[in-house]
Design a protein around this ligand. Structure first.
Ligand SMILES: Cc1cc2nc3c(=O)[nH]c(=O)nc-3n(C[C@H](O)[C@H](O)[C@H](O)COP(=O)(O)OP(=O)(O)OC[C@H]3O[C@@H](n4cnc5c(N)ncnc54)[C@H](O)[C@@H]3O)c2cc1C
Length: 388
């Protein structure tokens, strides 16, 4: 039986006691191929390289050219209140970003300005407050604010009617492309190899084990293969008969030219979501989590800008530099798919929406699973086997 299966039988606690640091030393030279240089592939590669694994990261286009480059990149758990395990995993992700900040310092383009929500209609305000109550009961920092305080927090906004408002102080945003750059630089400095453009065209399997990957530049052997290929993960998994159902979910954002300082927090107004990056650019979406309305992208962009300008009038004539049309990596049930694939002993799947928030936690857990043989119990609800 493969060592990992034996370890799972023994149980995580017994394993930690039985193997301790010798297991880490024994596994640290493992050859791991990671497929996909989005936020998850970059994060996992960095964590594995830090522990001494021989990492080869393969990217078919360029780093952060997939969903990560089109992400709003709001770091939060408050939008995850429908499930306690999912909320907790996201809170671990946020804690992980703070650890990364301690490691990387100002190189990491993070902004911990909190988030501000308000609603202009009673039912929506009630929903906002009931979400706040759940988050508070689960130990999260957040509070109701009155209209006066809201005006003080957003002096440059034109709020309109306010039926209820909430702030979550510990949330933030990040520039996802800049974060991938930092993680890859650190991973490479630790010996990881990043290759692009190199496309993985198949996975090389013998029996119930992966031997490596097939690419358009030849085969590469590996002890473990990590699939962090975003929406491309579905095809890779399916090619081995592993079910990984993803649902299409496009999201549209506008990115403006740099603007004078407008806000410090990420803002969820009744019909618009707005953040201002460190370089002054405004990133905004409207509708449900920035979902695409379909039709012409530039016209959608103009509507998003008009919506943002309802609340921040100085944005009315802002120049839109880019309208992005991103594809969420959305598993059918909405929850992450994390862990070894069923049937194939050493193929690890890391596929999820909210991957920006979750990246540090996913990277930590994946590294522990791959190098230490630990099966963290917090991942139990998110295993790929649930689709088998
Ligand atoms: C509009 C929008 C808003 C979002 N907002 C948020 C948010 O506010 N907060 C949050 O936490 N998350 C948010 N998300 C989700 C988050 O962006 C994603 O979960 C995350 O970026 C996924 O990262 P990834 O590394 O898994 O995938 P990707 O970034 O897509 O990376 C996968 C990479 O794999 C490469 N690849 C694919 N197939 C192959 C192959 N065969 N060989 C080699 N390389 C391959 C691709 O080129 C790509 O670069 C949002 C997403 C969208 C679209």
């Amino acid at each position: 039986m493969h060592r990992r299966n034996v370890l799972q039988l023994l149980g995580a606690t017994a394993v930690a006691a039985a193997y301790g640091s010798s297991a880490r030393a024994a596994r640290s030279g493992d050859r791991v191929v990671v497929i996909g240089a989005g936020i998850l592939g970059a994060a996992i590669s960095y964590h594995l390289a830090r522990r001494g694994a021989k990492v080869t990261l393969l990217e078919k286009t360029a780093p952060a050219s997939g969903t990560t480059g089109d992400s709003f990149a709001y770091l939060n758990a408050s939008t995850k209140s429908s499930s306690r395990p999912y909320f907790d995993l996201n809170a671990r992700g946020m804690a992980g970003w703070r650890r990364w900040q301690a490691e990387f310092g100002a190189a990491l383009p993070l902004q911990w300005g909190g988030s501000i929500y308000w609603r202009d209609e009673n039912a929506a305000a009630e929903k906002l407050l009931s979400t706040l109550r759940i988050c508070q009961e689960w130990g999260y920092s957040g509070r109701r604010v009155d209209e006066g305080e809201l005006r003080g927090l957003l002096p440059k906004a034109s709020l309109g009617r306010v039926d209820g408002a909430v702030v979550y102080e510990e949330e933030g945003v990040v520039d996802p492309v800049g974060a991938v750059r930092v993680l890859l630089d650190r991973a490479k400095a630790l010996g990881a190899t990043l290759r692009f453009p190199v496309e993985v065209t198949g996975i090389d399997v013998a029996g119930d084990r992966v031997r490596g990957v097939k690419t358009n530049e030849g085969n590469i052997e590996a002890d473990t293969v990590v699939v962090a290929a975003g929406i491309g993960s579905q095809w890779l998994a399916n090619s081995l008969g592993v079910k990984l159902p993803l649902v299409p979910s496009p999201g549209v954002l506008i990115h403006t030219a740099p603007q004078p300082k407008l806000l410090d927090s990420v803002v969820f107004a009744p019909t618009s979501t707005v953040k201002q990056s460190l370089d002054g650019r405004i990133v905004s979406s409207s509708g449900h989590e920035g979902s695409s309305e379909g039709g012409d992208l530039q016209q959608q962009g103009q509507r998003i800008l008009a919506n943002a300008a309802r609340y921040f009038p100085t944005l009315k004539d802002a120049k839109i530099e880019r309208v992005s049309h991103g594809l969420r990596v959305l598993p059918q049930d909405g929850f992450p798919v994390l862990g070894y694939a069923p049937k194939v002993g050493n193929l690890y799947l890391a596929v999820t929406h909210s991957g920006i928030t979750l990246a540090p936690a996913v990277a930590q857990f994946a590294t522990q699973e791959i190098l230490d043989g630990i099966a963290p119990d917090v991942l139990a609800p998110f295993r790929p086997t649930r689709f088998a």
